[in-house]
Design a protein around this ligand. Structure first.
Ligand SMILES: [Zn+2]
Length: 167
C-alpha cells in the first residue's frame, strides 16, 4: 500500500494563508495514516510489503501548494531525490548538487542543513512542480511537522537556501 502523496482538493485556496492552513491539515491527515500504516506493517510483518513501502516512520512531513491550484503535495524526509526525477526548475534553485552537504566549507554560513534534496520540502515541491510546472517562488509551504509528536520543526538551512519563501 502506498500513501497518497497528492491530494486534489475540491476547491483551490485563494490566499497564501489559506494555502498554508490546508497544507497543515493535509500533513496532519498524512501523519495519522502513516502512523496507522506503520503499526499495521510492524504487526503483520507481511513478506509481501516491499522494503520501499516504509516500515519505519519518516521523521518529518511537510506539504506545499499554490494559491489558485487545488493540488496539495505532501512528502516526508527520506532518500534524496534522484537527478533523473528532479524537475529542472528545482534543480536550478538547489544550493548544490543533489545529496551534497550544505553549507560547504568556506561559504561563511554557520550551522548545518540536511543534504541537498533530502528533506520533505524539496520532495513535496518536486511533485508539485512536476504536476503544475508552476514557478518555484509561487510555492507555499505548510509547517514542517515531526511525525513523532506532530510538533512544529524549523525549516533547515538547506531548505531556506533553496526556497526564498522559507526565510
Ligand atoms: Zn530541510
Amino acid at each position: 500500500m502506498t500513501l497518497k502523496k497528492v491530494i486534489h482538493r475540491k476547491s483551490a485556496p485563494n490566499t497564501e494563508s489559506k494555502c498554508k492552513e490546508i497544507c497543515d491539515e493535509e500533513s496532519m491527515n498524512y501523519i495519522k495514516s502513516l502512523q496507522i500504516q506503520c503499526r499495521k506493517n510492524r504487526a503483520t510483518k507481511d513478506p509481501l510489503v516491499k522494503s520501499n513501502e516504509q516500515w519505519d516512520m519518516p521523521r518529518v512531513v511537510c506539504s506545499c501548494g499554490k494559491p489558485g491550484s487545488n493540488i496539495i503535495s505532501i512528502d516526508s524526509c527520506r532518500a534524496t531525490i534522484k537527478a533523473s526525477n528532479c524537475h529542472p526548475k528545482l534543480t536550478k534553485v538547489l544550493p548544490g548538487p543533489l545529496n551534497s552537504k550544505f553549507p560547504l566549507k568556506g561559504m561563511g554560513i554557520s550551522g548545518r542543513g540536511f543534504r541537498v534534496g533530502h528533506c520533505a520540502e524539496p520532495h513535496a515541491a518536486n511533485t508539485l512542480l512536476r504536476m503544475t510546472n508552476c514557478n518555484v517562488s509561487h510555492i507555499v509551504f505548510g509547517t514542517a511537522f515531526r511525525t513523532e509528536d506532530c510538533t512544529f520543526r524549523d525549516y533547515c538551512l538547506t531548505c531556506k537556501a533553496t526556497f526564498k519563501q522559507l526565510k
